[in-house]
Design a binder for this molecule. Structure first.
Ligand code: DGI
Ligand code: FE
Ligand code: FE
Length: 190
């Protein structure tokens, strides 16, 4: 696989992800493609990033940590204590290393899909939002409103997702990654 081939990547995800995760992957891919149509983004890039965004989700924490150590991927304290967060960074690495993705916008969309980051590109926003609203998601509050908002205003949808995620983490006692807060502060003040 030398250049990204959608069909091959899809097959690879079907093979390496459990059935539920693969369903989610397809949901994010189709949702990202629809948002790309709405916002004049590259549909192919949306599909590649959608297919690969959780490619490191089905690895063990130990494997994620060892990939980071081996390839000198920086880890913060929150990530060290909550290694599931690393599936985004490790996923970006694998997208380059195993799936031959070279487009840095696609890589960034994978790397930043969990915490976001300030000043995201349109594709990064699309993947972040598609991950949250894809049809298979059932639990998050305000989903109906956010799904509608996503097709009206990307930044407003983003802000609502970040707010609900921070509220959820506060309630559940989840440790907040500094980047999640930074992203929220940035989009709350634009
Ligand atoms: O991989 P997915 O489940 O499809 O989605 P995701 O990569 O957005 O991960 C979702 C989970 O990540 C969700 O339960 C909220 C959590 N999350 C997002 N930001 C942070 C976080 N968890 C912690 N502990 N800290 C964060 O800053
Ligand atoms: Fe994820
Ligand atoms: Fe996901």
């Amino acid at each position: 696989m030398k250049t990204p081939d959608l069909k091959k990547i899809r097959k690879a995800m079907e093979k390496t992800q459990d059935a539920k995760r693969y369903e989610h992957t397809l949901g994010v891919t189709y949702t990202a493609a629809a948002l790309a149509m709405r916002y004049d983004e590259s549909i192919k890039n949306a599909e590649i990033a959608g297919l690969l965004h959780d490619c490191a989700k089905c690895l063990s924490d130990q494997k994620r940590l060892s990939i980071c150590a081996k390839h000198k991927i920086d880890i913060n304290d929150v990530e060290r204590r909550n290694p599931f967060l690393l599936h985004a960074k490790v996923g970006g690495f694998l997208a380059m290393d195993e799936y031959h993705v070279q487009d840095m916008d696609v890589i960034n969309a994978i790397v930043n899909h969990t915490t976001g980051r300030p000043n995201m590109s349109r594709l990064e926003k699309i993947i972040f939002i598609a991950d949250y609203i894809e049809p298979g998601r059932k639990q998050a509050p305000n989903l109906k409103e956010i799904r509608k908002l996503a097709f009206i205003d990307l930044d407003q949808a983003l802000l609502k997702i970040l707010k609900d995620t921070l509220d959820y983490l506060k309630d559940a006692g989840g440790e907040i990654d500094p980047m999640t807060r930074k992203t929220y502060d940035y989009y709350a003040n634009i």
